[in-house]
Design a protein around this ligand. Sequence first.
Ligand SMILES: C[S@@+](CC[C@H](N)C(=O)[O-])C[C@H]1O[C@@H](n2cnc3c(N)ncnc32)[C@H](O)[C@@H]1O
Length: 697
Amino acid sequence: MKLLGFSKKQAFPVLKQLVKTFNNNWEPIEDECYRALADAILDSQDSQQTPASEQVRILLSTALHHSSDLPYQQIPLHFTDPYYCRCILGRGRKQPMSTQSLTAQQGMIATAMLLQAKMTMKTPLVKRPRVGAADFGQDLQPGPRQSTASTQGSLPTSPQTSHRQTRYLTLAQHAADPAIGDAVMSKEPKPEPGTDAARIGSTVQNTCEPQVVPMRNNGVGSSEASFVEVDVASSTNGVVKMSLKCNLDPSKFSISMEEVFKMVEQKCLHSYKVLPPDFSIGKLMSEVCQSVAQLGTMQPDVHSSGGSLHKEAAAPFVKPIACMAAVGIDDNSAGGSSMPESLEPCLQNSIVAWDPEFAQRRTTLDVTDISKGEERVRISVVNEFDSETCPPSFYYIPRNIVFQNACVNISIARIGDEDCCADCSGNCLSASFPCACARATGGFVYTPEGLVKTAFLDECTFINHFPEKHHRFYCKACPLERSKNEASPGPCKGHLVRKFIKECWSKCGCGMQCGNRVIQRGITCRLQVYFTHEGKGWGLRTLEDLPKGAFVCEYAGEVLTSTEMYGRTIQNGRNGKHMKQVHLDADWNSGGVLRDEEALGLDGTFYGNVGRFINHRCYDANLVQIPVEVETPDHHYYHVAFFTTKKVEAFEELTWDYGIDFDDVGGPSKAFRCMCGSRYCRDRRSPRRMGRAAGRN
Ligand SMILES: C[S@@+](CC[C@H](N)C(=O)[O-])C[C@H]1O[C@@H](n2cnc3c(N)ncnc32)[C@H](O)[C@@H]1O
């Protein structure tokens, strides 16, 4: 604790209380390098309003370290947090280290740590630029920036580098600001902000500063006016970075690399006609880098002075690399801390030194895009911590697929005139009165910006928060109970009756750009699957700021009947596998007794989309699931769509409240001890909650 900046006087009473809380069981306290203790001390300080440790300064120093052009040795770091050191040095090393010995690669990892810590900071440290994980393992995206050439050891001064200099100074100013030094680590939910309708354009704004470092110029290129040069650099441990430098008009700095990639991909398609279906510029760039590295490995002479592959160029490199060791679908973990250690390491903190042996093996998971091109946007996967595994493998499906017996009746004939707006054209939202589809929900639910209107959204969130205050429906013959015991079904435990959104669809006269078609257009925001370090396994986060009411993704999976769902639960429960299932019971009150093939659910365990990575958070989750009717007027089958309940900042984890009753010992709460960290956590046996309680006492 001393290394974290906590005195014995601060730590001892909290530790005493913690030991008491855990009934003299030291294991949860020692776990994760005394994380529970550190959390509890911070919590106690939080409540006492006392300044916290110098952790913030450490982290800022780390950011400085990463974002400046100075060589690492010249940055006065105070890197004394054993947790971070452990992350940097790998498992088992708990000793603080001298920052003098940080390599470039370790520096990058440190920045990832910084990012993770920033996500949980109560006081935002530095609004912009964002450094960190988006740059790790995403697409080789040297985003919009000016020339990065600078002299080592001095601050950049030319007008060309002013952007960079500002960044340096901003961080430096923050580092020097004692007020920021008082910021504390916090797990508290952010205060509910007002609606932010400024979603438009957010997807084209590159919120992530790319990590560009001084590179050695090999003088290649300059054949076109806009194209200046190609730089390639490698570090002693085989990390390679390639950068394309362009003359860019600073007024166009908000160009999104996603768009650039798309445009170039389109051009390639036009020019070459035949390309592999999974072709992408990101992959092409990655391949070029890998080939450079491979050639470098095979020809040691290239490393000699003056070559482009220079030994001393300690350039941290963020590499989207195909993961070589995905876990089989039989793996029985939902990720989490239970990830088997024996699994072959595939991605070391997203920064991967080139290993020619690895390249020989078969790629099973593309970590630059977990959707394998199935979504409109790439969804990267990163592991910034010392768990060096990939998510358990599964089949990515962007839309639901019937497994076997489920009755999902999609037919034009079943859509009556009252269930569509055949007479509309263009955009229904621009009409003076709501179309038939919108009337089903009492008017349009979406704003022209594609956000769910606040009143509707808040009502959905409220229903989720306080299910008892709203009507729960109790079936006479509950399909769930019937699937458990057909001969003598138990009493229905109740189903939450939720509000639906109804979107226009194929039988409507409007076009695909109609404002009443949001979720059917698919994912549009930049998402990332990442490894959480709080014992929740893998999670999903946004890489861009999202306003309240924004559509994030659906929960896609196999459509199963209740009997099929229960069968899988039993079978996989025996194997200890966590299931990722959602019941489609939001409107079970509308008809009579449901037949099994009409009582449906979604299972994302084996076939699913990114929705399967969204972790649970009690009460103050930043997502809410809303049933959306698209192709079928009856509500046996519908889409489960996630919308933001509040403004979400880039790099925040996306969570939804699974609605688990943690006191129901026979229920799904058995599946996990909640590590959501919410101040309102319902799981009384949650280690994190107990830690917080101890900190307060
Ligand atoms: C839908 S999956 C979410 C993705 C999952 N974390 C993974 O790694 O694949 C649900 C599982 O994640 C874990 N999980 C989700 N939220 C959690 C929480 N708040 N605390 C602990 N574990 C959690 C549990 O193992 C749960 O069964």
